[in-house]
Design a protein around this ligand. Structure first.
Ligand SMILES: [Zn+2]
Length: 335
């Protein structure tokens, strides 16, 4: 077996992947048919329906996201989405993923959260049994919809809790809409309940946005890209042990970085910030996690030892319960 082939089979962990952004084109088409909404795939997919169209900037991405999410309406829809994601992850060697689910979006669309979470938990059990991939869930609020809506999302997440696989809370959306500090009491409340905490920052906002997110108490930062050019923010993250969920391919797709080779991965590694690579919205952007690591090897000089260390750092930063963490650790070491 060649060394390259062994590399490609290596076990990976993913901490930043949105369920809604992982809907395969086939499932999007099926949902559109289910709900009589042919305009959604017509606007989102290539004419042959085989993949998503590229987005022109972050604003258009948010519009695209909204259109896709509008077709997720019932526990069955979410269950199918989770099975699809599980299959896609298994095909890339991913053994654990903490999957972000839009609780804020469900509230706004009038979808009852608990039955959906029950369906997701059932799907995760099926994925674990059939594919050996462990899925846990991060409930997500939307920054621009405000603090009150985010509290509602957190309360729903706490009601579901680890019994239904919910282990973390995050705030995504438009990081420039409201200061991160407004969400500090929520992050503290989530942490008190044993949840992991993540804020999206440094994707469309500057390094100051990442700094604010760290000071607001987030234990992980989604993207953190702009901190790569700010040594003092990297030093703050390293000193505070705040984890960076880097998403280079996504950043290229939304225009946050001009091209893959411009992503500041190496600055994070050299500053000692714990981090891993992630796909963010793999179906929407046509990405795979294995592909992201391969591109980082080729374009950003990522070394095999660094890739391995990132998996261990992701394990340390994940929100899985201890028994699952030990199991994942054993599989990483055996790999
Ligand atoms: Zn994201």
């Amino acid at each position: 077996m060649s060394e390259q082939f062994q590399d490609r089979r290596r076990a990976l962990l993913e901490l930043h992947v949105h369920l809604e952004g992982s809907l395969a084109p086939e499932l999007l088409r099926a949902l559109a048919e289910r709900y009589g909404q042919p305009g959604v795939p017509a606007a989102c997919l290539t004419p042959d329906g085989s993949r998503y169209l590229p987005v022109a900037g972050f604003a258009q991405f948010l519009e695209r996201y909204k259109a896709v999410v509008s077709l997720l309406r019932t526990p069955r829809d979410y269950h199918e989405a989770a099975l699809g994601l599980g299959a896609a992850l298994a095909g890339q060697g991913v053994i654990y993923a903490e999957v972000t689910v839009g609780y804020g979006v469900m509230h706004r669309q009038g979808v009852a959260v608990a039955p959906v979470q029950f369906a997701l938990h059932e799907a995760a059990a099926q994925v674990a049994q059939e594919r050996g991939v462990r899925l846990l869930w991060q409930a997500d609020a939307v920054r621009q919809w405000g603090v009150d809506a985010a509290w509602k999302a957190l309360e729903a997440a706490l009601r579901c809790g680890p019994g239904l696989g919910v282990v973390a809370f995050g705030v995504g959306g438009d990081e420039t809409a409201l200061p991160a500090g407004d969400f500090a009491p929520l992050l503290a409340a989530a942490a008190r309940e044993g949840f992991g905490t993540t804020l999206h920052a440094g994707e469309t906002g500057g390094a100051g946005s990442v700094r604010e997110a760290v000071l607001a108490g987030a234990r992980r930062i989604g993207h953190a890209t702009s901190a790569g050019a700010a040594p003092e923010v990297l030093a703050l993250m390293a000193a505070a042990g705040v984890f960076a969920e880097l998403c280079p391919g996504s950043n290229v797709a939304t225009g946050a970085v001009a091209w893959f080779e411009e992503h500041p991965l190496r600055a994070f590694l050299e500053a000692g910030v714990p981090c891993c690579l992630n796909t963010d919205d793999p179906a929407l952007f046509g990405l795979s996690l294995r592909g992201e690591y391969d591109r980082a090897r080729e374009g950003l000089g990522l070394l095999e030892a660094e890739e391995r260390r990132m998996q261990l750092q992701a394990l340390a930063a994940c929100s899985a319960p201890m028994d699952m963490r030990a199991d994942i650790g054993d599989r990483l070491v055996a790999d």
